[in-house]
Design a protein around this ligand. Sequence first.
Ligand SMILES: [Ca+2]
Length: 355
Amino acid sequence: MTQAPRALLCLPIAAAALLTACGGADEGSSGSQGQAAAAAPTADSGPTATTSKSKLSTVATGLQVPWGIAFLPGKNGDALVNERTTGRIIRIARPGGKKSVVLKIPGVDVNAGEGGLLGLAVSPTYAKDKLLYAYFTSRSDNRIVRFKLGGRPKVILSGLKRGQIHNGGRIAFGPDGKLYATVGETGNTALAQDRSSQNGKILRMNANGSVPADNPFKGSRVWTYGHRNPQGLAWDSKGRLWSSEFGQNTFDEVNLIQKGHNYGWPIVEGRGSTQGGKFTNPKLIFRTSEGLAERRRHHRQQALRRGPRRPGPVPQHAQGHDGHEARQAPRRQVRPATHGDQGARRLTLDRHVEP
Ligand SMILES: [Ca+2]
């Protein structure tokens, strides 16, 4: 991973820390929680304040449900963005923002509910191997493939259950060179506590998909369990892994991911009893309703700025949608900054972040 995306990844972590500071008492704080709190800014402002000093600019529009983004190495490494519902990977030149479709991943089910072409990652040894990795929903499962641009994808992990909902799908290489993947429980809550299943988990694997010898459960890719639908992965400057996760009705979570820990789903949503240390509570929670309200407020403000002639309705993507995951409309959220905004079809990158 190049320095550029690492710098980008710092943004959500800063937001998480700030939200922790603003979120009131963190009951049951451990030592590491104390560290997180100590690192948090003390200003009592909303999470968007962490990016208020950054100058954001739009570099690409017209993308169809951009979901993953990765950067090729180099000082001005181009961005690669994948579209969830087309299976396409689009290269966005830096500088300039010129778009070109470089690959359409074969076998992606583009009508898979919340599934489709999800996560994208660049090999940490890209300069030598030129490999990219993608997580996608096929007609039969969720799987991870690796490929070279213009080459044929090779499956390194298959057989993850797929669902209309909760496919997870974030993939990222850690500082340890291992590939991590968030896998949702597909709506089958029992899978989250079943360590023999790879769903409802965060997985850790070698770059070829095999099980690392130092994983917590012998012969298993499972790194942590008790997850519902984790969709964010990011490492902070101390090398700690964080993951954001969608809750059900009450609380979304940001978790500090620790080897072998159980994050509670479906017994606990948000914070709750650890049952004597069996479960690990999130470092941050926020109400599932918060983000949608925030998004509506944002669009109302935009409409007011446009003036009375063009007040503009609140866009559909800001209204949420009927059905199970209505609150998953774009919102104030703590997915990694490498996450495309599902509804806005617009990708913003921080020009101030340079290698
Ligand atoms: Ca949890």
